[in-house]
Design a protein around this ligand. Sequence first.
Ligand code: OAD
Length: 248
Amino acid sequence: MDESIEKAARAVLDSNLTLALTGAGISVESGIPDFRSKGGLWDRYDPDEYASIYSFQSNPEKVWQMLREMEETVDKARPNAAHIGLAELEAMGLLKSVITQNVDNLHQEGGSKDVIEYHGNSRSLTCLWCNRRYDYAQKKGEYPPYCECGRILKPDVVFFGEAIPMAAMTRSYELASSCQALLIIGTSAVVSPFNVLPRQAKQVGATIIEINLERTVLTDHITDILLLGKATEMVSGLVAAVRELKSL
Ligand code: OAD
């Protein structure tokens, strides 16, 4: 058994409350590009022009060009071994919640029950003018989708300049303040306030286990155990190690 994976598995087994924080990197192997890697979404679309609530309000048709591409990619994606591995840890009683920045629903499709969607989700749409809400299925294939009041709808994902959903923010902070082990998977951890959560967990003494293809801003100061590699391979390895140590 790899030494770092064994250390990580022991930390999970010794912990009374373990959380997973995830970002776009966990869904890359499901075919959804991340944001900041080469070829990622922000390489092709300037986030100032496409991802702020002000750009949506002033030119929703333009922002929907990017959203259409995202939706078509997400529609084809299926959960991978990393999403499924986290669901297995939850089913074994070893993972309390997944707190994700992703809006692709792949944790839920992979079997996770307790998923906190920190940046909202793309399963529903809201009219910013009259507040009517629609399920994604009602508007599927309409680009851009219109409200019955005649305005263009916005998906319930958090744009830059919008608030984090209050319940998600409060519960995430409470959990991070009481966890004993934290898995942080496939995120550059540069977006605030999400990146407060690993720092909070560290402050209360949790063991921080980072899984990423590369080192991040967390690696030197926050991370205790770094599992450098693909999310699918590292999460599967961790789950296998947990099962093995548990059976001893
Ligand atoms: P980023 O694109 O910033 O970071 C993705 C991270 O995943 C990088 O650190 C990659 O090295 C890593 N990665 C890529 N492929 C991987 C793989 N197969 N296995 C393991 N790691 C891999 O994405 P996020 O951190 O999720 O917010 O970005 C955070 C937020 O910025 C998003 O939620 C979105 C974006 O702007 C909003 O739109 C509000």
